[in-house]
Design a protein around this ligand. Structure first.
Ligand SMILES: Nc1nc2c(ncn2[C@@H]2O[C@H](COP(=O)(O)OP(=O)(O)OP(=O)(O)O)[C@@H](O)[C@H]2O)c(=O)[nH]1
Ligand SMILES: [Mg+2]
Length: 64
């Protein structure tokens, strides 16, 4: 069971699509963790500082 499966099970939500807001201090690793949730073939090799905000839509993989 992946992280999102566990989260949705804990929150008792069964959705095909969920929206997650990631907030944090500059340089705290937000883009890195979001990138890690993507399928390996969709991941960026280089993470650069995000200007403004970023909206991404992707399918998740089991990461833990
Ligand atoms: N040591 C360590 N470095 C990390 C970790 N996660 C990310 N980094 C590094 O921290 C730096 C910033 O990561 P980002 O993912 O760009 O952080 P961010 O929160 O998106 O930054 P902004 O877009 O500027 O707000 C990068 O050099 C990453 O390689 C971690 O778990 N451990
Ligand atoms: Mg970022």
């Amino acid at each position: 069971m992946g992280l999102f499966d566990k989260l949705s099970s804990m929150l008792k939500i069964k959705k095909e699509q969920i929206n997650i807001l990631v907030v944090g201090l500059n340089n705290s690793g937000k883009s890195t963790i979001v990138n890690r949730f993507k399928n390996p073939d969709e991941r960026s090799n280089v993470i650069v500082p995000t200007v403004g905000f970023s909206i991404e839509r992707f399918q998740t993989v089991k990461v833990f």
